[in-house]
Design a protein around this ligand. Structure first.
Ligand SMILES: CC(C)(COP(=O)(O)OP(=O)(O)OC[C@H]1O[C@@H](n2cnc3c(N)ncnc32)[C@H](O)[C@@H]1OP(=O)(O)O)[C@@H](O)C(=O)NCCC(=O)NCCS
Length: 159
């Protein structure tokens, strides 16, 4: 099972997992399309990606991809990160961000990201790398009947 699907499954038992839930399970065809597009972006030099591997299996990934399609925003990258359950709190996320930012420095001037308000651990991790909060959208996501999730927007500007 892909790391993404694994986390989507994890949300059922832990509603505090910090990525937005997708509408239904993405098909293998859709996952292949996403992966092919990402590989093309990497080949074009428009994506900075690092993966963590254990025994040939990917257990974590950090990707910094073009944040928007506008030719006037080609200097802005958008960061996403995921570490598979069982491999967290071992420094994997730290290594992934460090590696991706190193690559991203050569391509982007600004990197932005979105993080759930209650995901203090991830926010702490991003702050350690110099990310700053530039906005909050209260109740940006609704998970289940009661859980309102704020969206914290952060950015890092390269010197
Ligand atoms: C958020 C996430 C990416 C962090 O990845 P991680 O691999 O757990 O992060 P790290 O292990 O590098 O850092 C986390 C902690 O380990 C500590 N750590 C770092 N290097 C370490 C090492 N070599 N040995 C032990 N601990 C270490 C860090 O100090 C940090 O401490 P903290 O718990 O006090 O914050 C991961 O938990 C995850 O995928 N969560 C689910 C999805 C998610 O929330 N994604 C982010 C969406 S915005």
């Amino acid at each position: 099972m892909s790391n993404y699907l694994m986390v989507q499954k994890e949300i059922k038992t832990n509603p505090y997992i910090g990525i937005p839930r997708s509408a239904g399970r993405p098909s293998l065809k859709k996952e292949r399309k996403w992966l092919n597009e990402l590989i093309n972006e990497i080949k074009k030099g428009d994506a900075a990606v690092c993966v963590a591997e254990v025994n040939g299996h990917v257990v974590g990934m950090c990707d910094i991809t073009l944040a928007g399609k506008s030719p006037e925003a080609k200097h802005v990258g958008s960061l996403g990160i995921l570490v598979r359950k069982g491999y967290r709190s071992m420094g994997v996320g730290t290594q992934l961000i460090e590696g991706s930012l190193k690559k991203a420095r050569k391509r982007f001037k600004v990197v932005k990201l979105d993080v759930f308000g209650f995901n203090k651990r991830a926010q702490k991790l991003y702050k350690r790398f110099g990310f700053k909060v530039y906005g909050v959208l209260p109740g940006a996501f609704l998970r289940g009947k009661k859980l309102k999730i704020d969206n914290i927007m952060m950015y890092l500007k390269f010197d």
